[in-house]
Design a protein around this ligand. Sequence first.
Ligand code: ADP
Ligand code: MG
Length: 603
Amino acid sequence: MSSQIRILPEHLCNKIAAGEVIERPASVVKELVENSLDAGASEITIEVEKGGRRLIRVIDDGCGMGREDVFLCLERHATSKIASDADLFSLRTLGFRGEALPSIASVSRMTLRSRPADSEAGMELVIEGGDIRRAEACGMAVGTSIEVRDLFFRMPARRKFLRRDETELSHIGDVVTKIALAHPAVQFRLLHQGRKLVDVRRNEDLRSRVTGLLGRSLAGELLAVDCSGAEGRVHGLVGPPQTSRATTGAIYTFVNGRTIRDRVVQHAVMEAYRTLLPKGRYPVVVLFVEIDPAEVDVNVHPTKHEVRFRHQAQVHDFIADAIRKVLGDSSWLLQESPSQNESSPLNPQGPPWRTPAGGEVAERCREGVRESLDRYMQRRTDVAPSVPGCSLIRMPEKEPADNTAEAANGFFSGLRYIGQYHDSYLLCQDGDDLILIDQHAAHERVGYERLRQGWRRGEIERQQLLFPPVMEFSHAEADLVKSHLGHFSELGFELEHFGGNSYVLKAIPQILARDDAETLVRDVVDELGRLGRSSLIDEAVDRVLIRMACHSMVRANQALTPEQVRALMRQLDSIDFNAQCPHGRPVMHRLSLAEVEKFFHRS
Ligand code: ADP
Ligand code: MG
C-alpha cells in the first residue's frame, strides 16, 4: 500500500495557522500593531473601514524592512525576533512565531510597503490570498504600511462568523486600547471611516494615557500601585470600589508588556477586592506585572493571551498583596457615597473625602453638600431612615391613580397585618393561614412591574437632575451610548452629548436614586457591549429593568411603618403578580394552620 500521509503545501499551512491566530479583524489589528511596536515605532496609525472587514491599514514609523526582508516576512516561520531555543525563554518582543504576516496574507488582499532608514526607496508588494502578484520600488517615508482588504475573501464560512460592523469595531477599539495602555510612549491613532476614535500622543505617563483612553473622571479616581519584590514588579492604576463595573471589561492586565487574560492574574485581582465589592461587580484595573522572562512562558497559546508562571502561587499573592495594600492604605475607606453619609449632610466642609482644593474640586464639594441636603430633606418627609450600608431608599411616592380602587380589594390589601419580623419579613394572616412576605422581594417585584408597564407605554417617569453629572466613556462605550440613545431615553435616562466621549446625564428614571443612576448607566453600557445584535435589545431591556428595580427598592433590614406596609400591599395588588421577585426568589410563603399545628404536635 502506498503512503497515505503527505506533507501539506505551504499555502494550506498558512490558512490553518490563520484559523488559529486570525479570528476576526481585531486579531489582524493586534498582530500588525504588535509588529509595529517590535519595529520600534513611535507613531502608529490604524485606519479601518466597515469594522475592519473592508479595510485595515496600519502605518508605522518603525525600522522598516529591506528588499529581501519584505519577501522573507511572508514566509512561514520567518522572524527576525528569535534565533535559538534559548531566545524563547528570554523574549522581549511581542512577536516571535513568524506566523502572523503569512497567515493574514493567505486570507486577504494585502499591500505591504516598507522602507528601512538606510534605503532611499521602499518596496511595495501586492499579495492576493498568499500569492505575490506584484513587487516594485516605491517612494515612502521610513517605516512600514500594511493594508489588509477583504479579510476572509475566499472563505465564506469564516466571514459568516463575523458580527456586525459595530461589534467588530468595538473589538478593534478594545485591542487598540489595551495595546495603547501598555505603551504610553507611543502615539496611537485609530480611525474608522475617517472618524477619529482614539488619538493619544507620544511620551505620556500612564495616568494621562488612561485619561485619553478611558475618560478623565475615571482616571482621576484611580489609585497608583507600585510594588517591587523578589517576584518582580507590579505597577499601574486601580479603581477604588465605588468605580466598579458590571463586567470584567475594565480589568486590563499585562505581563511584560503583553496584554493577557490570565486566570492566575485575574484571580489575584479579584482576591484583592474580595471583601470590597459585592458579588457580580468587577473593579477597574490597569495593571502591569514585570517578571523575569525566564519565570514566565508566553508560548502556551497561539494568540499569546495566556501565560504560564513558573511560580504561580507566589506571583498570585504578590499581585493580590500589592493591590490590597493601596486599597487598604487609601482614603477611599473614609469615603462613603453621599447617600450613606447621613451624619454630615450639613457639614460645610463638604463630604470628608474631598479635600477642597482647586476650583473644580471645590465646586464638586458644594454640589455634594447641596445634594446631600436636598436628599436629606426629602428623605425626612417620604422615607424611612436607611440602615448604614444600604443604598438610598425611595419608596414609591404616588399610587397609580387608575387601579388603586380595585387594588384596595385585592388579596394583599385584604390580609391582616400582624407585624414585621427581623425588619425584613412581613407577617400577615389570611383566614386561618399565616402569610410570610419578603419585603425586599415584594418591592422589587412591584418596581419591576411598574417599570415594565411604564416602558411598554413609553412613559417611564423621569426626574430631571439639578446637577447633571458629566459621564466620560471610553470611545467604544461612547459609540454604544451614541447608537443606543433612543433606548436609554425609553428607559428614562436622558443623555446628551458633551463633546468627545462625554455625555451629560440630564434625567434619570423617577424610581432611581441619584447615586445609583450613574452606575446603572455604566452597567447598561456594559450590557449593550456584551450583546452584539440589536435584536437582543428587548432582552437586555428586561434585565435592565430588573436591575433598576433592584437598585431602587426597599432592602431587607428596614423598619416599615404600618402605612408603608399598607401602601406596599396595595401596590402588590395593582400588579400582574406571580409570586416571584424578578430574580426568581419567592415573594411570599403560606403556612396553613394545619402545618403550624402539626409543628407543635397539636392535631
Ligand atoms: P513575528 O512578529 O512573530 O516575528 P510576523 O509574521 O508578525 O512574525 O512578522 C515577520 C517578520 O516581519 C518580523 O519578525 C519582522 O522582522 C518583520 N516585520 C513585520 N512587521 C513589521 C513592521 N511593521 N516593521 C518592521 N518589520 C516588520
Ligand atoms: Mg508579529
